[in-house]
Ligand binder design. Structure first.
Ligand code: CA
Length: 310
């Protein structure tokens, strides 16, 4: 399988080649959106400063050339930084850059889930170091949520309140749990999801990179299925539009990952765009014989859609 870039040859965005690994990140020069195909996965990414904020503290990560994607998997991530004086932008950039160390041959002996969690922990240490060494960066921190699609598995590592959603056969489900005050209250039955959505403390996160040495990272490994769509999103999306709207958009635009990201970001802006919004979409190819334009039902009814990817 060859990796190919469908449209975005400017993938040096933010960019920089680190060794032979390519990563994308949002910097002032970076492209704000794009698409590519890696190991048959269709990927689209998009970030927007929103309508209120002065800077974009989100960063995203899409690995392209260089890494051995066939054996190591296709890795994407989203980070949402915090801290004054641009510290939030720095923190989320460092987070996504450090995520690339997942591909470092030194760590290949580890199982993918542990390797991914370790990359998140290394990012945490780098951010703590930055904070300790720079007085003007004290208090910087970031969330970091990563997804690796490797062979037939989806591997997740997650800290904070970015989310990964899975759209499978017409239904959206949330794969990650927010590390936020209000979501913990929802889990404990103290708040309803509706109350959480408008709660004045909804922006308080309970776990982030850059706050403690010993960071707990949520991990998860699930089998992927043909036709799956994985969505990574910062809270600038899911804080503004509801899950059913996200589901509707993916359903409507299922055949065009770029249109999915565009419609999601536009919806957040239409709801006020009061935060930076970043989305990365990865679509697993549909099973052969599935009808084009049949969203979410690869292979038709009764086909469980399992597929093993190269
Ligand atoms: Ca945010």
């Amino acid at each position: 399988m060859t990796q190919s870039e469908r449209s975005d040859t400017g993938v040096t965005a933010g960019g920089a080649t680190k060794g032979d690994k390519m990563y994308l990140a949002t910097t002032p020069e970076a492209k704000q959106s794009g698409t590519l195909v890696l190991e048959t996965f269709e990927i689209a990414y998009r970030t927007d400063i929103g309508l209120i904020r002065q800077g974009n503290e989100d960063n995203y990560f899409v690995v392209g050339q260089g890494a051995d994607l066939k054996t190591q998997g296709v890795l994407v991530g989203v980070a949402d930084g915090m801290g004054g004086h641009n510290a939030g932008e720095v923190a989320s950039l460092v987070a996504v850059e450090t995520l690339a160390s997942y591909y470092d041959p030194a760590f290949l002996a580890l199982e993918p889930e542990e390797r991914l969690a370790d990359a998140v922990k290394r990012a945490n240490i780098r951010i703590l170091d930055l904070s300790n060494q720079n007085l003007d960066m004290q208090g910087l921190g970031t969330t970091l949520t990563a997804l690796c699609l490797k062979e037939s598995k989806a591997i997740v590592a997650h800290v904070g309140d970015c989310r990964i959603y899975l759209y499978r056969r017409g239904q959206l489900s949330q794969m990650t749990m927010d590390h936020s005050l209000v979501q913990e209250a929802v889990r404990e039955g103290i708040l309803t999801p509706e109350q959480a959505r408008v709660h004045p403390q909804r922006n308080i996160i309970t776990r982030a990179l850059g706050t403690q040495d010993d960071l707990e990272v949520d991990t998860l490994t699930l089998p992927i299925q043909a036709g799956d769509v994985y969505l990574l999103a910062s809270d600038g999306l899911h804080g503004l539009i509801e899950d059913f709207e996200i589901e509707d958009i993916i359903h409507q635009e299922y055949n065009n990952v770029d249109r999915i990201t565009e419609a999601l970001v536009q919806s957040a802006l239409a709801e006020g765009g009061n935060d930076n919004v970043t989305v990365v979409v990865v679509k697993v190819p549909q099973a052969e014989g599935a009808l084009d334009g049949e969203p979410g039902s690869p292979g038709g009814p009764g086909d469980d859609g399992d597929v093993t990817l190269p």
